[in-house]
Design a protein around this ligand. Structure first.
Ligand code: BG6
Length: 468
């Protein structure tokens, strides 16, 4: 279909958004993120017909790989991690545009080879000079890669083509380093060329918050301080740090997750039981120093200084090796101002709540009180559920599918801007500085819901954490 088709209104947002001629270069292509998320997302987009026919994928890394070895790696990653079924014809088309460039980040020859690879792809695949550079590399490597892109004219947008930089977190480790990094990036790329990844913004259930609030008369009027008691945002993981000791130690839960995905109490997991199996404590994990003070759990209370939310606390918590994997946002309402029932009738009644279930069981739950059937008056909590799996036939795209497509389309709505990144560090820096000066994180047993100090933090205000 072309845009001249009178039946196709370009403003119709239900139409598939298909990327124009383009390619993606991934730095750090041998890493975990690339294998588990980026390569599968590219394939899933191709499989859904959302990439242009000549789409090209270039891997850049130190390994001594030929193009075929790289293609084989992508193939294996796709087979293992892609969301949609493997289709040979899609794969055969995708493989036409796959190239590998071998080199280190300070190697000028390698960047020259990257430049000629892009020129070659423009001719062979019709990519039109439009390339996004995905920096899936440690933060220490950002400046050199950005500088190399500049030095070898890879950031230049000539003849109507575009060049974009996609930057993975962590975007700095405090405000000063984030400002420094922003400076380095913006010396080479204009703000509209920079896409900083916070993959939570690409999650279907997170975008649905907009629909829930603004498309429904029954929710929007109560979405404020007059009705809401507090909001709880939980991002619990059952996994430990896996093989990520090098990245995680010294970074910790607050920097890893709260600064970007959610954004105080901090904790560190000790040995315990998870899903019937005994698991080791953080300090015994491979690659972790036995005296590490890194937090694997963090809970903080924030308030929003505006008219809608003044006085409503937002409690945020995240942790590794918690009871189970669940991410949810619970909007907890005030109790009814007056109860015409005996207090014994409402003993089992909690607060009304709207719970946005981000993952893994995607949906929304509304919790309210109902009379228990019988001859006496007793009121208890019940819930009404909307589950994605029951209401929609199609499974939700992975966050990275959505975000990579947005990069290729040049749509930066779901990407944090410089100001947002810097502000999030301004919030987190004083907390980290306080932690640095004040002892060690509290211990919590693996498989539990975090340190008791986190429970006490809410109990002080007469509230409690939900047990999802
Ligand atoms: C990443 C963190 O940003 O998010 C990881 O670095 C965490 O530590 C991950 O495990 C969780 O993402 P998801 O999409 O699996 O909830």
């Amino acid at each position: 279909m072309s845009s001249s088709n009178p039946l196709r209104d370009p403003a119709d947002r239900r139409l598939p958004r298909i990327a124009g001629p383009s390619g993606l270069v991934i730095f750090g292509v041998t890493g975990d993120l690339s294998r588990k998320k980026l390569m599968p997302a590219v394939y899933d987009l191709a499989n859904r017909g959302l990439l242009p026919p000549g789409f090209s994928l270039v891997g850049f890394a130190r390994r001594e790989w030929a193009h075929e070895d790289f293609a084989q790696e992508v193939h294996d990653a796709v087979k293992e991690h892609a969301r949609t079924p493997f289709r040979e014809e899609v794969w055969q088309q995708l493989i036409q545009g796959m190239r590998f460039v071998q080199g280190t980040f300070d190697d000028d020859d390698a960047f020259e080879r990257l430049r000629s690879t892009i020129d070659e792809l423009d001719k062979a695949q019709g990519t039109g000079g439009n390339f996004a550079f995905y920096l899936s590399v440690p933060p220490s490597a950002f400046p050199v890669v950005i500088q190399q892109l500049k030095k070898h004219q890879l950031a230049d947008q000539t003849g109507g083509s575009w060049r974009r930089a996609v930057i993975e977190k962590p975007f700095g480790h405090d405000l000063a380093s984030a400002e420094e990094l922003n400076k380095v990036v913006h010396e080479v790329f204009a703000p509209d060329q920079v896409f900083r990844i916070d993959h939570y913004l690409g999650k279907e259930t997170v975008q649905n918050i907009l629909a829930l609030r603004f498309a429904n008369t029954m929710f929007e009027p109560i979405w404020n301080r007059s009705f809401v008691d507090h909001v709880q945002i939980t991002m619990a993981e059952d996994i430990g740090i896996g093989g990520r000791a090098g990245y995680y130690d010294g970074i910790g839960a607050a920097r890893d997750v709260i600064q970007n995905h959610l954004l105080t109490v901090r904790g560190q997991y000790s040995a315990g039981w998870q899903g019937g199996a005994k698991v080791i404590g953080y300090l015994d994990e491979d690659g972790i120093n036995a005296s590490s003070k890194t937090d694997t759990y963090a809970a903080i209370k924030l308030e929003i200084d505006n008219r809608r939310w003044a006085g409503v606390p937002f409690y945020l918590r995240t942790g590794k090796r918690l009871g189970r994997r669940v991410t949810e946002i619970a909007v907890v309402f005030q109790r009814a101002p007056h109860s015409p029932f005996d207090s014994t009738a409402t003993e089992e009644l909690g607060s009304n709540a709207i719970v946005i279930r981000v993952q893994p069981d995607e949906g929304v739950t509304v919790r309210f009180g109902s009379k228990v059937p019988g001859t006496s008056m007793e009121i208890r909590d019940v819930s009404m559920d909307f589950a994605y799996g029951e209401s929609f036939t199609e499974s939700s795209p992975e966050a990275y599918e959505r975000l990579i497509l947005d990069v290729l389309l040049g749509d930066s709505n779901l990407f944090p801007r410089t100001e947002e990144v810097e502000l999030s560090w301004k919030i987190l820096d004083p907390i980290e500085q306080y932690w640095d000066k004040n002892g060690k994180p509290a211990q919590y047993q693996a498989g539990t819901w975090g340190p008791v100090e986190a429970d006490e933090m809410l109990e002080r205000h007469g509230r409690s954490w939900r047990r999802p």
